[in-house]
Design a protein around this ligand. Sequence first.
Ligand SMILES: *Cc1c(COP(=O)(O)O)cnc(C)c1O
Length: 239
Amino acid sequence: MTDRKAELAQNLARVEERISAACGAAGRRREEVTLIVVTKTYPASDVRLLHELGVRHVAENRDQDAAPKAAACADLDLTWHFVGQLQTNKVRSVASYAHEVQSVDRLKLVGSLSAAAARAGRELGCLIQVALDAESGERGERGGVAPDGVEELAAAVEEAPGLRLDGLMTVAPLAGPYAGRQRAAFDRLMELASRLRASRPAANMVSAGMSADLEDAVAAGATHVRIGTAVLGDRPRLG
Ligand SMILES: *Cc1c(COP(=O)(O)O)cnc(C)c1O
């Protein structure tokens, strides 16, 4: 094994242990939580090594980096998640490789994604990104719709050709009432997710939790955790 592969294997094992322990503590089965490795700022060669180590879900947050990486790894059976703020002029590119767009947070984006999915002849899974710290009618600083905007977006995704409503995503807020209260933030996301699922049982994905707070997310009930640095190492600033 190369040094890098051994390092990634060791990091993955540690993350795996954390997820298993968190599932155990919450009385959940390990299979209820899917690990998504966030490979942003790291090269396609790392994605390839991760695949060799059994990773099947990867995430990226910038189309400029993600598009060439996905192309370089097109031979691998990977599910690509797009988790960054998405400009409508990047939608056509993202729709060509992403399987899941986790950052759907405005109606205009729903329209563009639908058109791009139709053009590409693909079905795109969509998560509504919720900004728990956003005021009614506003969006979060790191993207996301305010909680009271979820229903309108969900209905739009459901009706949009080429799109599939899969659930909700959030990033724990750095400011506002939930700052430093990850568990409370993820509990709130779960409330919104339960409400969504009540009328749309198939929209059962709940994406929450990163390297620093995956335990809180698993405890709250997340189905998907998005882990970057704990697997790949510290990113250079602005990563
Ligand atoms: C970078 C990123 C992650 C992973 O964060 P880490 O702290 O590196 O685990 C998760 N979600 C989103 C939306 C990200 O941009």
